[in-house]
Design a protein around this ligand. Structure first.
Ligand code: FAD
Ligand code: DHB
Length: 392
């Protein structure tokens, strides 16, 4: 039987798409290479834009988020030993963000799909696509050692940056824009109460540091590090010392320490593949674009892609009208490039760039002085951070 939408990947993009389509009566199958346990415990993003929170809430996924999510009305920028707060509601007509872990969103989505009888196939690795230029595309995959085929009307690749979906678009049709930064983020999850009520983005001559959280007892902390960092060189005590140093203020500050539960390195990269569709294949989320994590935009962009694509698919399946579907790539890319620009700017503002030298450092500090003193500049940061309005 030919199903309506074949979805590759059970990350936030694939699961949310399957969920939203189901609410509109459209059938889908999700194929995921990893186990359910693996995707439900993969530690990643933490900040949800107001629009993402609204989308999740409106589609019936708000209950646990309302219980254990942390509403944040501002962030702190820390540099040169100074602390400056950016207040979101007063700068954005009342908007704010929610700190709610990505794997909790994934758990909520899997629970909702399974409760609705959804077809999620874990440990089902996609090997290739056929017929994406035709009205009868299919997905080849392997599950528990058996080769299988899923026939569908539309394929959506939500399989992340290293997925297979994007590679099915002929290379002469695909244009890629990319910048790889010479540094990464060393991230830890620690059993330690957050040292501040709000996130701290710290710029220091030695490099960037970010202080985030997951709950009143668990902190999520990041340090700029060399791209080829060896984690063996970073015992826990060194990480804590460096975090404290990069956010130092006169008189010191209390950085609560505790057992490190998880440690990892994230590359920092900007990447966009255009177009985000070819024939009956559509790309959504990290499969099409990556942003440096500084702006907290990756998960939010994935949700925005899904919002645009699901509306287009609903219209097409209901009426046969292809207009929104044909416009999907152009519509999604306008928002993608806004998020790329903001994430690039936040990265440039806060990280150490060896190649720009002392001149670059002075320019950064001058820009930070401006950003924290001009209402116009603060508003620009705040309205991008909480999420620009959707075009429709
Ligand atoms: P993914 O989550 O990567 O999901 C893709 C899925 O496809 C995976 O489950 C994968 O196993 C599966 N897959 C891949 N290949 C195949 C195949 N061949 N067959 C079947 N399945 C396949 N974003 C924010 O918005 N805010 C933040 O604060 C933030 N912080 C971050 C911090 C870190 C440390 C990292 C790493 C990322 C952060 N991001 C953040 C980015 C965010 O996590 C990603 O943008 C988000 O996961 C994208 O979701 P996705 O569904 O598109 O892709
Ligand atoms: C988190 C990650 C980010 O990339 C960011 O900008 C803010 C917070 C986090 O994991 O909590």
């Amino acid at each position: 039987m030919r199903i309506q939408v074949g979805i590759i990947g059970a990350g936030p993009a694939g699961l949310l798409l399957s969920h939203v389509l189901n609410l509109e009566g459209i059938g889908s199958v999700v194929l995921e290479a990893r186990s359910r346990d693996y995707v439900e415990s993969r530690i990643r993003a933490g900040v949800l834009e107001q629009g993402t929170v609204d989308l999740l809430t409106q589609s019936g996924l708000g209950a646990r988020m309302a219980q254990i999510g942390l509403l944040h009305r501002g962030i702190e920028l820390r540099f040169r030993g100074e602390r400056h707060r950016i207040d979101f509601p007063s700068l954005t007509e009342g908007k704010s963000v929610m700190v709610y872990a990505q794997h909790e969103v994934v758990k909520d989505l899997i629970a909702a799909r399974l409760a609705a009888g959804g077809d999620l196939r874990f440990e089902a690795k996609v090997d290739g696509l056929d017929g994406i230029d035709t009205a009868a595309p299919s997905i080849r995959y392997t599950q528990h050692g058996a080769a299988k085929i899923l026939d569908c009307q539309v394929v959506v690749a939500c399989d992340g940056f290293h997925g297979i979906g994007r590679t099915a678009i002929p290379s002469e049709r695909l244009r890629v824009y990319e910048r790889v930064y010479p540094f990464g983020w060393l991230g830890i999850l620690a059993e330690a109460p957050p040292s501040s009520d709000e996130l701290i983005y710290a710029r220091h001559d030695e490099g960037f540091a970010l202080f985030s959280m997951r709950s009143p007892t668990v902190s999520r902390l990041y340090l700029q590090c060399p791209a080829d960092v060896d984690l063996g060189d970073w015992p826990d005590a060194r990480i804590w010392d460096e975090l404290e140093r990069r956010a130092e203020i006169p008189g010191g500050w209390p950085l609560a320490r505790g057992p490190v539960l998880q440690k990892g390195v994230t590359p920092v990269r900007s990447f966009v593949a255009e177009p985000m569709q070819h024939g009956r294949l559509f790309l959504a989320g990290d499969a099409a674009h990556i942003v440096p994590p500084t702006g907290a935009k990756g998960l939010n962009l994935a949700a925005a892609d899904v919002r645009t694509l699901s509306r287009a698919l609903v219209r097409w399946f209901r009426t046969g009208n292809e207009d929104l579907l044909e416009a999907y790539s152009a519509t999604a890319l306008r928002r993608v490039w806004q998020a790329e620009r903001f994430s690039w700017w936040m990265t440039s503002l806060l990280h150490r760039f060896d190649e720009t030298g002392p001149f670059g450092q002075r320019i950064q500090l001058a820009e930070l002085d401006y950003v924290t003193s001009s209402q116009a500049a603060m508003r620009t940061l705040a309205e991008n951070y909480v999420g620009l309005p959707f075009a429709d």
